[in-house]
Design a protein around this ligand. Structure first.
Ligand SMILES: *Cc1c(COP(=O)(O)O)cnc(C)c1O
Length: 359
């Protein structure tokens, strides 16, 4: 006898994460492998965060502050927003899941870009919601089509800015024009995991004054180099924050995560070193990829989306033998596209050298 979950749970396809370095080295017998698959920060964690985390360890026998006061206070000052508008999560994945848990029930729809970040679909299906997947247009999020698809059954819309996996960008003007078209009883969740890498980052949450249905999500996993710590946050009107706070786990963020993230916010030197590395290496990689015949798209994130007249899965597999983990986009519906996270200078050189051998 087994207990079966509801049918909508059976429909979920498991999340496929980027291959960990240790797994590649174990399975392929390669050494000094390089991971350019999960858009992590190649400079390591913010040093300020490390120091704060070390200090936090002495208090691990205590439960964390359920309200995450120190981190929310810092964010509130930095982002010019009231503390009651900030909800912290176990990564921004947690905020995505909480929004779905709070606002979905069977039959309610969630609109999302296709391809897009897999957690939107997984979290939607987990609550019995219906994913409505709107194809990208010229590799950008099709805001017009998304607005046209919203109906009375729609509870939530996810958009990603800069977009993953293509790196395309939505300007503040187009976001505002979009919000103008969306009824206020549909929540628009803007996933800004890569906003710190944008040429001209902007604070979409300030639009909250005019639009009572916007939620902006950010993370410490990318630009701040803290993917393993699991900490992110959502900025939202207080009525939504109250709902999420009711249903989240009281200790969804650890004390180390809260204090590490709070310290990272002060590490402007680390952030500017990160931005500088990424923008410089982006130029180098884009040019090198173009020379191999890749079609390279404009990107405002820390990765490059590129197409070529060959099987992406094969290139991905051959790169593994060279000790380079990239991401094939075939599972995302692009069998001839790959996504390369921008790494350290020497990592990107290894990628280019390996591609030369593989292509
Ligand atoms: C990496 C990423 C996130 C961040 O997830 P965390 O749970 O904060 O690590 C969110 N959205 C997108 C689109 C991402 O690529």
């Amino acid at each position: 006898m087994v207990i079966n979950p509801p049918e909508y749970i059976n429909k979920i396809k498991p999340y496929k994460a980027g291959k960990p370095i240790e797994e590649l080295e174990r399975e392929y017998g390669v050494k000094n492998a390089v991971k350019l698959a999960s858009n992590e920060n190649p400079l390591g964690p913010s040093p300020y965060a490390l120091k704060a985390i070390e200090k936090s360890l002495l208090k691990l026998h205590r439960y964390p502050d359920s309200g995450g006061y120190e981190l929310r206070k810092k964010l509130s000052d930095k982002l010019e927003i009231s503390m009651e508008n900030i909800v912290t999560g176990n990564g921004s994945d947690d905020i995505i899941a909480l929004l779905c848990k709070a606002f979905l029930k069977e039959g309610r729809k969630v609109i999302m870009p296709d391809p897009g970040f897999l957690m939107y679909e997984i979290s939607t299906l987990s609550e019995g919601g219906i994913p409505v997947k709107i194809p990208l247009k010229d590799f950008c999020i099709d805001l017009d089509k998304i607005a046209d698809s919203a109906d009375e059954k729609t509870a939530l819309i996810f958009i990603t800015n800069p977009n993953n996996p293509t790196g395309s960008f939505i300007t503040k003007d187009s976001l505002e024009a979009f919000l103008e078209k969306i009824p206020e009883n549909i929540i628009v969740a803007v996933d800004e995991a890569y906003m710190e890498f944008a040429d001209e980052p902007y604070n979409s949450h300030l639009l909250m004054d005019r639009y009572k249905n916007i939620v902006s999500m950010r993370t410490f996993s990318k630009a701040y180099g803290l993917a393993g710590l699991r900490i992110g946050y959502g900025l939202m009107p207080s009525y939504i924050a109250e709902i999420l706070n009711k249903i989240r786990q009281p200790f969804n963020t650890s004390s180390s995560a809260q204090l590490g993230a709070a310290a990272a916010l002060d590490d402007s030197d680390f952030l500017s070193r990160t931005r500088k590395l990424i923008s410089g290496e982006k130029k180098f990689l884009k040019n090198a990829l173009k020379e191999f015949g890749f079609n390279v798209y404009d990107t405002q994130a820390n990765f490059i989306f590129a197409g070529i007249d060959q099987s992406a899965d094969e290139i991905y597999e051959k790169l593994l033998y060279k000790g380079v983990i990239a991401r094939s986009m075939s599972a995302y519906g692009y069998p001839q596209h790959l996504r390369f996270t921008i790494g350290l200078e020497e990592e990107n050189r290894l990628l280019i050298k390996s591609l030369k051998e593989v292509l």
